[in-house]
Ligand binder design. Structure first.
Ligand SMILES: [Zn+2]
Length: 531
């Protein structure tokens, strides 16, 4: 069955192969693409005679979408949490949590996620005095994952009150007591207590499997999932291997961890369906929690420039060790001061162990000075961006970044024009996983709900639709070291492709986020929909 030939014809294929961008037909044999071209060309192929013929009736086809940075297990976990994304005040948060509590035993933890306090009437993070209205232990995580809130019960269960030396990140009131607001890795003890308190429960594989089905419905055929241990986010190979045994692994999975693997394992070891990505590090914090490291003062906070998570020399030593082992390093860096530290480390590591096949990555790249972009390009560093964040962060950016820095913020076209390869992703569950929201944000650059400013925020930084589809297909394939396997519709690559119901190239740009997928194929097999 697998080795059967299928000829898809009468379609409008955007191959994303820059040499032959458009095609009308393609031939799939087993998992692979054998031929791509005009209808009559592909029909002349030696396998075409016996191939099953599928007439796509003029539909648009694009390569399988690749999400080059997200946290898949955390997303699956977050689906079980109380969704606070629609809350507009702290009492609404408490109400939502109380609703959930009414269905739980008295000691069960209540996890709340996806809230954005900049949308609350109070415009502040909830603290223990707010959350003590809920009697069960409560642990909330802000949509960006860099700020957390706990009630007194949760703080007690984590053993925090009464501790002499509180870890950094745990906010204290004037009397030195924890307020319940915790930034960054200060939340580790809370996560440990939460995990201990909520062991057992639903089958986590069921959750992962559901997330894969949802991704397939958007046209996603590959993902890069990432551990973020200090934020309570973990990944491991086992669950994905088990899903593969069950026949439920729909996407190709590349995993980045926060440590080097033993036995000298270098990047991309694995199969075409589950493989090691590399090492994920965090150079600075989040922009919303104002923990990202800038070279300038935050607006309205004289003298405050955020924080680096590392001493630069210690950071360089880790990157050097990874480079020596042949491991891709993907570094979370939002502020330009963090990017300086990362580029210094990359440059030194590459100079001491040159490996042309190995390209490192900077994830987020919010504020990149022009000379930094040029340096990224010359070191062949990939910029992994999440356009969808812009749609929710225009106000946060304008409130926190000095006006003169705004033009180099979320400046994707400038990055690209400096020669940086940019790859698109969702960072789910920090944002919704649907890549069409990111595609909309890259093309339109407006607030997600209000669709303002009209014409786009710094519209000179908009990407074209072709560039944006490359951002979510061809470019992330390179970012994940799988550019020879997938990312374009091209003979010799896996048959990872999406048949669209709507044609993004002929619909109004404003409607891109609503693009419907008819069917998604990975390695020639249909993983969503039908045609
Ligand atoms: Zn992330």
């Amino acid at each position: 069955m697998k080795e059967r030939a299928r000829l898809y014809s009468n379609c409008r294929v955007k191959t994303m192969n820059p040499l032959v961008l458009q095609a009308e037909a393609f031939l799939v044999y087993g998992e692979m693409i054998e031929a791509v071209g005009k209808n009559e060309e592909v029909r002349r192929h030696s396998l075409a005679g016996e191939a099953e013929k599928i007439d796509l009736e003029g539909r648009r086809v694009i390569p399988g979408i690749i999400d080059s940075h997200l946290h898949f297990s955390a997303w699956s976990e977050s689906k079980r949490a109380v969704d606070l994304s629609e809350c507009r005040s702290i009492p609404e948060v408490v109400e939502k949590l109380s609703e959930r509590v009414s269905t739980l035993p008295p000691d069960a933890w209540v996890r709340g996620m996806h809230f954005d306090h900049s949308r609350f009437a109070e415009n502040r993070l909830p603290d223990r005095s707010d959350l003590d209205a809920v009697k069960n232990p409560v642990l909330l995580t802000r949509v960006c994952y860099h700020a957390h809130c706990a009630n007194s019960r949760a703080l007690e269960m984590a053993g925090i009150p009464g501790m002499k030396d509180l870890p950094g990140g745990i906010q204290r009131d004037g009397a030195g007591n924890p307020t319940g607001v915790v930034l960054e890795s200060g939340a580790n003890m809370l996560f440990d207590a939460f995990r201990k308190g909520s062991a057992g429960g639903d089958d986590p594989l069921e959750g992962l499997s559901g997330c894969m089905r949802e991704m397939a419905s958007y046209g996603v055929t590959s993902i890069n999932t990432t551990s973020a241990k200090h934020l309570g986010i973990d990944e491991s190979f086992g669950p994905y291997q088990e899903l593969e045994r069950r026949g439920e692994l729909l996407q190709r999975v590349t995993i980045h961890f926060n440590d080097l693997l033993p036995f000298g394992i270098s990047s991309f070891l694995g199969s075409d369906s589950i493989r090691l990505g590399g090492l994920k590090l965090f150079a600075d914090g989040g922009f919303c929690a104002r923990t990202a490291a800038m070279s300038f003062d935050y607006k309205g906070m004289p003298g405050y420039r955020g924080d680096l998570n590392y001493d630069p020399a210690a950071f360089s030593a880790i990157v050097l060790e990874a480079q020596a082992q042949g491991v891709q390093v993907a570094v979370h860096a939002i502020g330009d001061r963090a990017i300086d530290m990362v580029l210094d480390a990359f440059e030194a590591a590459i100079a001491s162990h040159p490996r042309l096949w190995l390209r490192h990555r900077i994830i987020h790249c919010y504020i990149v000075r022009p000379e930094q972009a040029k340096r990224m390009a010359s070191l062949r560093v990939i910029g992994d961006i999440q356009p969808v964040f812009l749609a929710d962060e225009i106000d946060i950016a304008e409130a926190g970044i000095p006006e003169e820095v705004l033009p180099i913020s979320y400046a994707w076209r400038s990055l690209q024009e400096s020669g940086v390869l940019i790859a698109g992703s969702s960072d789910c569950p920090a944002a919704l996983p649907n890549p069409w929201l990111g595609i909309d944000a890259a093309v339109n650059r407006v607030r997600s709900k209000e669709r303002t400013p009209v014409g786009g925020w710094f519209p000179e930084q908009k990407l074209t639709l072709d560039e944006t589809i490359a951002l979510f297909t061809r470019n992330p394939a390179v970012s994940l070291g799988m550019g020879d396997m997938t990312g374009t519709i091209e003979a010799g690559k896996f048959a990872d492709f999406v048949v669209l119901e709507d044609d993004p190239w002929s619909m109004p740009a404003e409607d891109l986020s609503k693009t419907r997928v008819a069917a998604t194929f990975r390695g020639g097999e249909c993983i969503f929909g039908k045609i």
